[in-house]
Write a protein that binds this ligand. Structure first.
Ligand code: GAL
Length: 634
């Protein structure tokens, strides 16, 4: 697979006379993809049924004639004003019950069937018009599902859809009452029409009710995406793509991805560090202009799984963004490093967002490859450098990782619903495990929770899985490496009630979670030797061997040769020690990497990235700040 570069472009923002020059400059920079169209509905269909496709025909022709491949976006993230007049009840409603207004974007409710039909209609029209266009080489459906918190909507449309969904899932209210345990607090129902959305209750709503609504809401995203995918597939064989976001867990990305050909995501490393990751600014200071050294990698790996091996970065941060609390500029070299890191994780394409900074509207403070006055912004040269480097490198060649991390979206909803400790968060837990693997210099695959075959891996981590699926349990029962399951794994049934007999039910492994504690940041459970569990600790019982104990003698890791249960949430140093010990016993090579240095292996090369703001040494080689080094794998 070839590595390629591209850019996001909005022909409707610029005079038509400028398009050809822009296209020529993109090509001269070494870009081959240009993504367009995803917010342009008001310029495609200014009034219902009145179409002005001609400008888009010409834009595609001009870009294509310059030699660019077009990624054409369906514009359903930005329904035009007339649509809201046609369907006033299509607006998403927040948890307090307030309708969110027109005047920005994503002002639609995934449950609204009228809007879903409109989205099918516009996708169908675009497919019919451009599906066979030789310049349209890929499609993007919608833009960033859930951006601005739009998966969960407490609207009339959602209420009607939810009741119908419940009736289909449970068939009778007796079954629902039994499965949820509605005898508790007299919450029994006689009819599906009595069931409300789980907002504005007096105290916390029933966890099974919330989890059902989260599943329902995720299914609406899947359905919304699928109607467009089905419409487009009638007309095109080009890959269908969606651009997912960072740290967004409100819908099951694996299920959306099953209807698409490629998973892409929008990578804003500095914005995410400031806006979306735990830690104080003092702690983040070291990476303020680089982004967290593991966050991009984590998302590349999870979206490679969502895309069943096919990954793109559809939007790559080029300079300061406009939306984080603070928006520093990247260290020189980072726009290059981020692209190479994506390629090292298997990306086929990296597209910078955006070509030229817009001098107007919400994102005028967001950098592009060009400044608003068309002068080059710093990332333009870096993109050109990446393009030259790609030309001198062999094609993408994935390598089989030895280590895997299982990640599950339903569990994220479960723990959101029932955190039990203020710091318990699925992303945070999985990311803590992932970071430890990365600090050991390992290349990682992320796997979905229904993975049926683990035989390619030596070490598998599965933290925080609410329920082990039968397929995964089967795969674990014959696994001959080491799988470390937990904490908080397989202790709930599908309705978020406790399992009886108590979990986890690990094949041939006598371990039971007898009691669970969560701890405030001021507290921890000390382990024998050194290290500690923070946030979370489960008291284990059973006859399985104890591999690690707490200082007061309770099991901390328990299980057999292959399947082991981790009773708590290790702090970073403890995670390092646990991973180091497991890798030693499995014969997996680990590295003592300098701070901020990370490695990723491909089939042909080892890539070494310096996220530090200072030069670092790797095997006698000095890598400058924001530097990338690669060497052939032997
Ligand atoms: C993304 C979005 C783009 C643009 C960008 C700014 O979330 O897809 O349209 O808003 O952020 O960083």
């Amino acid at each position: 697979m070839k590595r390629t570069l591209g850019v996001c472009y909005y022909p409707e923002h610029w005079p038509e006379q400028q398009w050809a020059d822009d296209a020529a400059q993109m090509v001269a920079t070494g870009l081959t993809w240009v993504r367009i169209g995803e917010f342009a509905w008001s310029r495609m269909e200014p009034r219902p049924g009145q179409f002005t496709w001609e400008w888009l025909d010409r834009a595609i022709a001009v870009l294509g004639a310059a030699g660019l491949n077009v990624v054409l976006g369906t514009p359903t993230a930005t329904p035009p004003r007339w649509m809201v007049e046609k369907y006033p009840d299509m607006l998403p409603v927040d948890a307090q019950g307030n309708a969110r207004k027109f005047g920005s974007r994503r002002h639609y409710d995934f449950s609204h069937l009228g809007y879903r039909a409109e989205s099918r209609r516009i996708a169908d029209l675009m497919g019919a018009r451009y599906g066979a266009n030789p310049h349209v080489a890929a499609w993007q459906i919608d833009n960033e599902y859930d951006c601005h918190d739009t998966t969960l909507s407490y609207s009339a449309a959602a209420l009607a859809g939810f009741r119908d969904w419940l009736a289909q899932r449970y068939q009778s209210t007796d079954a629902l009452n039994r499965d949820w345990g509605n005898v508790f607090w007299s919450m029994d129902y006689d009819s599906f029409d009595q069931i409300e959305l789980p907002n504005n209750t007096v105290t916390e709503p029933h966890p099974a009710h919330v989890l059902a609504f989260r599943r329902y809401a995720s299914d609406q995203v899947v359905a919304f995406n699928k109607v467009q995918a089905d419409a487009l597939r009638k007309y095109t064989k080009a890959p269908l793509i969606h651009n997912y976001m960072g740290r967004t867990l409100t819908f099951d990305h694996y299920k959306v991805g099953a209807d698409l050909d490629v998973a892409s995501w929008d990578s804003y490393p500095i914005g995410f560090l400031s806006d979306r990751l735990e830690g104080t600014y003092k702690e983040k200071q070291k990476f303020l202009r680089q982004g967290h050294p593991d966050n991009q990698a984590f998302h590349h790996d999870i979206y490679r799984a969502v895309g069943r091996g096919r990954l793109w970065v559809m939007e790559q941060q080029p300079g300061p963004v406009n939306w984080a609390p603070y928006n520093p500029a990247p260290l020189p070299g980072m726009a290059r490093l981020w692209a190479w890191e994506a390629f090292a994780h298997g990306a086929e394409a990296v597209c910078y967002f955006r070509w030229r900074q817009a001098p107007f509207a919400q994102e005028q403070m967001h950098a592009g490859l060009l400044r608003a006055d068309s002068a080059p912004a710093p990332a333009l040269d870096e993109a050109a450098q990446v393009a030259r480097e790609i030309a001198s490198m062999p094609d993408v060649d994935a390598v089989q990782a030895q280590v895997a991390l299982v990640f599950d979206y339903e569990s994220a909803w479960a723990w959101d619903t029932q955190p039990q400790g203020a710091d318990f968060d699925m992303f945070r837990l999985a990311f803590a495990a992932y970071r430890a693997l990365r600090r050991a210099g390992l290349s990682i695959d992320i796997l979905p929770p229904d993975t049926a075959d683990l035989s390619d891996y030596k070490l598998v981590l599965a933290p925080g899985l609410m329920t082990l699926s039968d397929t995964l349990r089967n795969a674990l029962s014959t696994f001959d490496g080491i799988a470390l399951i937990g904490p908080r794994s397989d202790t709930k049934n599908a309705e978020l009630s406790m399992k009886l007999p108590l979990g986890p039910n690990l094949p041939d492994t006598d371990v039971t979670v007898a009691m669970t504690e969560s701890m405030p940041p001021s507290d921890a459970v000390a382990l024998q030797g050194r290290g500690q569990f923070h946030h979370w600790f489960e008291h284990l019982e059973g006859s399985a061997p104890v591999h690690l104990a707490t200082r007061d003698g309770q099991p901390a890791i328990m299980g057999g040769d292959n399947l082991r249960y981790l009773a708590g949430w290790p702090d970073d140093k403890t995670f390092d020690r646990i991973i180091g010990g497991l890798c030693d016993s499995l014969g997996i090579a680990t590295y003592d990497l300098p701070a901020g240095v990370r490695i990723r292996d491909t089939g042909t090369h080892r890539f070494v990235f310096n996220y530090a703001a200072k030069p670092r040494n790797w095997n006698g080689i000095t890598i400058p700040p924001a530097g990338v080094h690669w060497e052939p794998t032997t």
